[in-house]
Design a protein around this ligand. Structure first.
Ligand code: PLP
Length: 367
């Protein structure tokens, strides 16, 4: 119908944003058992202590949460040896990434990220009215020299997902330091370490030291990959002046009471986190070896997922594999929007799910 009445119009640029499409969570009708491997959740589930804490808070849901999430910040600070005053908690780390963009970007500014980087950076940059600048990666890995070459006098933020989603590749910390050293001091370096708990590499650091010792670096983290995706808890660590600026626009009660209590219990349950990381280490290696054995290329991942590349024929393409696996209850993630039209991202799952996918792919590739 033709629109002839005036109506509210979004700000310039909003309708150019392509909305984020989350991983699928359902299988075709008739599939009884579903293995959701599309959102990099923890196959071991939430910490039992977090479940208990969430149950206990249920009776007190009439009361507003502490707007500063002080006890959660203290629990995080205690675990990582930080000053709680330099931490902000958020409704998932997505929220803090958005708040950073809103705080530091304006129309005319630029923000840099890499070509296969986590997609919300671009969305938040555009939402702030700034210009997204995507730079080429080398071998599906962020390239420090390419990032530096893209920095102009208009650049205000560099977003670096380390490790990145959906590739799973990481930038060794010496390289991150080199990037930071060469950036102008007025450019904010956002180190998004959503998968830090899973990384097992001696040359990797999440960014705590750099964020603690520089005025223009923050590190963002999440509880989502540790078993609390549904609770929505993220956090940022950075200088007091950044914390102060963000707190001025942060929603007054952005982290809900259930998230606060579940989060405190979860981060103190080190045994559950270690079990989750050990499970991941074992099955990440196993999946890599099995998939390679099937003749599929896998991007080397240090996260809790693998990016699987499919052959260039229609019969054995990523789309065909996705249909085949979905019909059997294995829900992987299409990553066309990330610049990988012929790949699927698979979260490391339970033993049953991992073995099931490999068995299904064996038959699929032969058929
Ligand atoms: C690299 C990266 N950063 C941030 C997030 C956001 O996680 P959340 O908002 O659940 O904390 C994700 C989620 O997939 C991610 O992959």
């Amino acid at each position: 119908m033709k629109q002839d009445q005036p109506r509210p119009t979004p700000r310039a640029g909003i309708m150019d944003i392509e909305a984020y499409v989350p991983g699928k969570s359902t299988a075709p009708a008739g599939v009884t058992k579903v293995y959701k491997l599309s959102s990099n959740e923890n196959p071991l589930g939430p910490s039992p202590k977090a479940i208990e804490a969430a149950r206990e808070v249920a009776a007190k849901l009439d009361v507003y949460p502490d707007g500063t999430a002080r006890r959660l910040r203290e629990a995080i600070a205690e675990t990582h040896g930080l000053n709680p005053a330099n931490i902000i908690c958020s409704n998932g780390s997505d929220e803090i990434l958005g708040l950073l963009a809103q705080t530091y970007l304006a129309p005319g500014d630029e923000a840099v990220f890499t070509e296969h980087a986590f997609m919300v950076y671009k969305i938040y940059i555009q939402a702030a009215g700034a210009k997204p600048v995507a730079v080429k990666e080398t071998d599906e890995r962020a390239d420090v020299d390419a990032i530096l070459a893209a920095v102009t006098p208009a650049t205000r933020i560099v977003f670096l997902a380390n490790p990145n989603n959906p590739t799973g590749t990481y930038v060794p910390f010496q390289e991150v330091r080199r990037l930071h050293a060469a950036l102008p001091k007025n450019v904010l370096l956002v180190l998004d370490a959503a998968y830090a708990e899973y990384v097992r590499r001696n040359d990797y650091e999440a960014g705590i030291e750099l964020a603690g010792s520089s005025e223009n670096v923050v590190m963002t983290r999440t509880f989502s990959k540790l078993g609390l995706g549904g609770a929505r808890i993220g956090w940022m660590y950075g200088s007091a002046h950044i914390v102060d600026a963000i707190n001025r626009i942060r929603g007054p009660f952005n982290v809900n009471a259930t998230a606060i209590e579940a989060g405190i219990a979860a981060i103190r349950d080190r045994a559950h986190i270690e079990r989750s990381a050990a499970h991941n280490e074992k099955w990440l290696a196993w999946l890599g070896a099995e998939l390679t054995g099937l003749g599929l290329r896998v991007t080397p991942s240090v996260g809790n997922f693998v990016l699987i590349h499919f052959p260039d024929d229609n019969r054995r393409s990523a789309a065909a594999a996705d249909d085949y696996l979905s019909a059997r209850g294995y829900i992987l993630r299409r990553v066309t929007g990330y610049g990988f039209p012929n790949a699927l991202r698979m979260s490391v799952g339970t033993e049953e799910a991992n073995r099931g996918v490999i068995d299904a792919l064996k038959t699929f590739l032969k058929s």
